[in-house]
Design a protein around this ligand. Sequence first.
Ligand code: GLP
Length: 243
Amino acid sequence: MTRVRVFRSADALAGALAHDIARRISETPRLVLGLPTGRTPIPFYQELVRLYSGGRVDFSRTTTFNLDEFVGLDGGDSRSYRAFMQRHLFDHVNIARRRVHFLNGAARDLARECARYERAIRRAGGIDIQILGLGLNGHIGFNEPARALIARTHRTRLTAATRRANAALFGNRTSAVPREALSMGMATILHARRVVLIATGASKARCIDRMVNGPVTPRLPASFLQLHANAEVWVDRAAAARK
Ligand code: GLP
């Protein structure tokens, strides 16, 4: 059973998560975090920056691995997920550059790049806390609904719905969104010691209900979190309202 926590608002959720993570970092400075992009985690990152500015969290020994990246974009591209993370978190806190890990979507050999990422995660001792957003179609990372899921970090084709959802990064032009991405696989995610999926807003309510109460199915990749012994789903009231 996935544990569900309901917060009165998206901001309350972001505040509670930032405090939770800050506390874990103070207990275990070498914490290894898995991080998502998307609109949902932005208030959480803002709150972490606020805690850092107030001297309440020190990221100097923390390691991070981001979930996914678009194929064809290198980290210097302002539309990349790496640039997104720089803007919203890394530029504003004292995280060591060498401890920040990303998939390089512009790598010449993408299969090798995926294998390198898996090795880097292993070498870091695995992910302690993986934070996840939720795609409207039930994807996590870029593990899209399909007949079968892929266990490890891999190259994947994005669905039309996901490309539309990511258009904001590309001047609202869906046609400019890359057709492919690199993503941690389902096993990469499920091997994290703790998983916290966050979702806010009424548009996610139906998906949350299906992932928590429905069958485990590759048609709704987030439903695989039901198999994790230490997975939590944090939602605001709107996302908790069963549809
Ligand atoms: C993208 C990311 C996902 C993220 C999803 C949800 O597709 N690859 O990791 O969870 O967006 O985004 P949002 O939080 O904007 O709804």
